[in-house]
Design a protein around this ligand. Structure first.
Ligand SMILES: CN1c2c(nc(N)[nH]c2=O)NC[C@@H]1CNc1ccc(C(=O)N[C@@H](CCC(=O)N[C@@H](CCC(=O)N[C@@H](CCC(=O)O)C(=O)O)C(=O)O)C(=O)O)cc1
Ligand SMILES: N[C@@H](CCS)C(=O)O
Ligand SMILES: [Zn+2]
Length: 771
């Protein structure tokens, strides 16, 4: 029984790739130096896999920015707007696709980014045209990496995103065709790639087709048959493995089992039931190897060997040990590197360390499972016994269970999730209190997290400056931010979130039942990483988390300052969560903690409170038949956190990276007084969802893109507001940027906000003339 892997994290255990990329972008290191960092990381990751008895580690799981972008480049599917940058080196051009390009003459928008399924990883979205013509690069990255590993004596399995997922994860940039129509030509280029790999000695290619975890579609099923049958016919020497993760194969299973594959991967952590279906299927042929994804690639809990061994044993009973491989459920991209780094950390709750497993430990778990199975005496094996003791210690721990938190959730009643009066009545009350002009202006919360802000925080954490000094520094930042917003005549102000390392980690650090790592970095997009909190027990709030900063900001101005909180669904979605109770229950506990904070902000005189929920959509189950259940509890969780306030307190929410058309009813059910949404890249398409639905509450469509340092023109913003006004009654509209400004510098932030407020003032004048 072999061990197989699906991909290793690539950012580096101390974020070496992040740092090298950023230095390269800043012109501080050259391409050769960056390549050296990359090669060292790849070699290190292959060697870790070898040490853990992975015979053939995976290659092509590395990426300088994103694995979908790698394919866009390798199949030459580069949008025409990038043609003028042919003078750049291939690597510079690659980064330009992801980050956009500006010089004195050119200003090219980056390709857009979106969430990779229900994860917090973002991929670059391929853009397709009717006439897109794929052409395999002379030196595809998969070939380079396979060769690079071979040169240091490591035979690898090559991972590739499969052709169906590559197409379906992209979007059509013109009407009148469906991107799946491009499959035949794309397939030809994949076949060329397979043959190239084969010529170099590669024996196995692992095609990741996570699109199969989504709803069944007849055309996709047909394409699946055609493509993989042809791979076998036209690249017959290479073994083809299909990998799906995050859910089961569903109705694709009969087709999948009839394909000429050498192995098939099953994510048994998300969908254990599928193993029975596979093992009992009439289509299971006697040469197919099953790759059992028993170790969770999406969470950080120590594997429960009992559960895994049950899967493994039942599969061995039917197909025999030789046809079984054990694996992680998905690529390890979504978990941090190495728990050993936390062992001397004063941040993490040390007593929960035995319960955890990061990427390196997950490989060790596979090795131990292999050893146990090969020993033949599973349940008496010392590794099994030790594992079960740890699993049991977590189940019984009083660190995990707190009766008063459970009681609070159990005694929630319907009215806890209801505002006192309907929106129409609240609107009038809030209007009288807040006295805001038509088209009120605001921002989403964060202001630039400058080097100085991060440095001061770092000095404070390392004990090099006192709490008093750090607080004084933060107050200075807040004061400057408030002054600036007053100067430009912004209507609803924010304090700037300078005290926060991250919008989720900051709250995680302050909640009971949650711990946080020192080095648990996970890539979110490009060089940006997050350190997801670890929710290990019943969650509650010890004391106010944000009131001091918001109150301080409010004390500096007569204008309303928005309290700024991260919502329960987003905290849940962007953390590593408990696997011993339903997500819904954990979410309800977080809702109550946020509710307490909302009420404390209200009691401190804060009149506007924003509860960010950018991850609401991302939390949707992959298959639509499970949406309703999720949306019902998720919306309710938001309402529990927001509905304790008086009618006079205005509740905002904010969402970004989302489409709303198919969940608009649930967005309305949140019953936030105001929702601000990312809108500028998708132009007004997003707003159409709200307008077609006749969305009843107030909306702030983002009027400019915060991902680019470009300062929007006044004309563009007025044009934007006009378009919005055509869709939504003007007394429902707010004006704001797409999202927070933490990744931007102050110079462009100030210029852009100034333009935004001026444009709004002009739009108000024009409106008054028109009426
Ligand atoms: C809105 N987004 C977010 C998502 N998920 C989150 N959890 N948070 C989000 O904001 N998902 C969707 C999007 C993704 N967008 C982003 C945008 C920006 C970042 C980002 O900037 N990440 C930072 C890390 C942020 C952080 O935690 N900083 C800490 C630590 C700073 C640090 O680097 N310290 C050094 C110490 C140096 C030393 O001298 O010792 C270190 O640890 O090496 C802080 O500010 O205190 C990033 O740099 O990638 C992420 C997602
Ligand atoms: N309040 C947060 C929301 C990001 S989605 C911010 O402004 O950064
Ligand atoms: Zn946002």
């Amino acid at each position: 029984m072999k061990i197989t892997t699906l991909g290793y994290p690539r950012i580096g255990k101390k974020r070496e790739l992040k740092k090298a990329n950023e230095q390269f972008w800043a012109g501080k290191i050259n391409e050769q130096e960056l390549q050296t960092v990359a090669s060292e990381l790849k070699a290190e990751h292959w060697n870790i896999q070898k040490e853990n008895l992975v015979e053939q580690p995976t290659s092509n799981d590395f990426s300088f920015y994103d694995q979908v972008l790698d394919l866009i480049v390798d199949f030459n599917c580069i949008p025409k707007r990038f043609q003028p940058i042919h003078h750049l080196s291939p690597l510079q051009k690659y980064f330009a696709l992801a980050r956009g390009y500006q010089d004195n003459e050119l200003n090219i928008n980056a390709m857009s980014m979106t969430k990779w399924f229900d994860t917090n990883y973002h991929y670059i979205v391929p853009e397709f045209y009717k006439k897109t013509h794929f052409k395999l690069s002379e030196s595809p990255k998969a070939v380079q990496e396979y060769t690079e590993a071979k040169a240091i004596g490591i035979d690898t399995k090559v991972t590739l995103i499969g052709p169906l997922s590559f197409l379906l994860l992209g979007k059509e940039k013109e009407q009148g065709f469906h991107r799946l129509e491009l499959i035949h030509q794309l397939k030809e280029e994949y076949i060329k790639l397979l043959n190239k790999l084969c010529d170099l000695g590669a024996t196995e290619v692992q095609f990741h087709e996570p699109i199969l975890a989504k709803d069944y579609n007849e055309e996709i099923n047909f394409a699946l048959k055609t493509v993989y049958n042809e791979f076998k016919k036209r690249a017959s020497k290479i073994n083809v493995c299909v990998v799906n993760f995050f859910d089961c194969y569903g109705d694709y299973l009969p087709t999948i089992l009839q394909l000429p594959l050498s192995s098939l991967h099953l994510d048994l952590t998300r969908c254990g039931e599928q193993l029975k279906d596979v093992l009992s299927s009439q289509y299971l042929n006697n040469s197919l190897t099953l790759s059992l994804g028993v170790v969770d690639g999406r969470n950080i809990w120590k594997n429960d060997f009992k559960k895994s061994l049950q899967f493994i044993s039942s599969a061995i009973d039917v197909v025999g040990k030789e046809r079984i491989e054990i694996s992680t459920s998905c690529s390890l991209l979504h978990v941090p590197y190495d728990l050993e780094l936390e062992e001397s950390s004063t941040k993490i709750n040390q007593s929960i360390i035995p319960w955890l497993s990061f990427a390196k430990q997950k490989l060790q778990e596979l090795k131990e499972l292999q050893e146990i199975v090969e020993s033949g005496s599973i349940y008496t094996h010392p590794l099994f016994i030790k594992n079960q003791e740890i699993i049991q210690s977590r189940k019984d721990s009083d660190q995990v269970h707190h009766q008063e938190v459970k009681n609070r959730v159990d005694t929630l009643i319907d009215t806890d999730a209801l505002r006192s009066s309907p929106f129409k009545e609240r609107k009038e009350i809030q209007k009288n209190i807040l006295q805001l002009p038509l088209l009120p202006t605001t921002t989403i919360g964060s202001f630039p997290q400058t080097k100085e802000v991060r440095q001061q925080r770092n000095l404070f954490i390392k004990g090099k400056i006192t709490k008093n000094e750090y607080d004084t520094f933060l107050k200075e930042q807040i004061k400057e931010a408030i002054l600036f917003q007053e100067q430009i005549d912004m209507d609803v102000l924010v304090h700037g979130e300078f005290e926060r390392n991250d919008m989720v980690e900051y709250f995680g650090e302050q909640l009971e039942g949650v711990t946080f790592s020192s080095f648990g970095w996970v890539q979110s997009y490009g060089s940006r990483c997050v350190k997801p909190p670890i929710i290990f027990g019943d969650v509650s709030r010890k004391k106010p988390m944000t009131v001091e900063w918001t109150s301080y900001a409010q004390s500096l101005t007569n204008k309303p300052v928005k309290g700024m909180l991260t919502g329960p669904i987003t905290i849940l979605q962007w953390s590593f969560v408990r696997d011993d109770q339903p997500r819904k229950t954990t979410c309800e506990q977080i809702s109550l903690a946020i509710r307490d904070e909302v009420l404390d902000l209200e009691a401190a005189g804060i009149k506007v409170i924003q509860i960010d929920e950018p991850a609401l959509r991302e939390g949707l189950p992959l298959r639509k038949d499970a949406w309703e259940e999720y949306l019902t509890w998720a919306v309710n969780a938001f309402r529990i956190s927001s509905c304790g306030v008086n009618d006079a307190t205005q509740i905002h929410t904010h969402m970004c990276y989302s489409q709303f058309n198919d969940i608009i009813q649930h967005i309305a059910n949140l019953d936030a007084d105001v929702i601000t949404i990312e809108c500028s890249r998708a132009q007004m398409k997003l707003l159409d969802a709200f307008s077609d639905f006749r969305y009843p509450n107030e909306i702030g469509p983002g009027v400019y893109d915060i991902h680019s340092p470009n300062v929007p023109s006044k004309y563009d913003i007025i044009d934007f507001i006009n378009k919005a006004k055509r869709r939504i009654p003007v007394d429902q509209l707010w004006v704001n940027p797409d999202c927070g400004l933490k990744t931007r510098g102050w110079k462009e932030t100030k210029a852009a906000l100034e333009v935004m407020v001026e444009a709004t003032q002009k739009a108000r004048e024009l409106f008054e003339i028109a009426v």
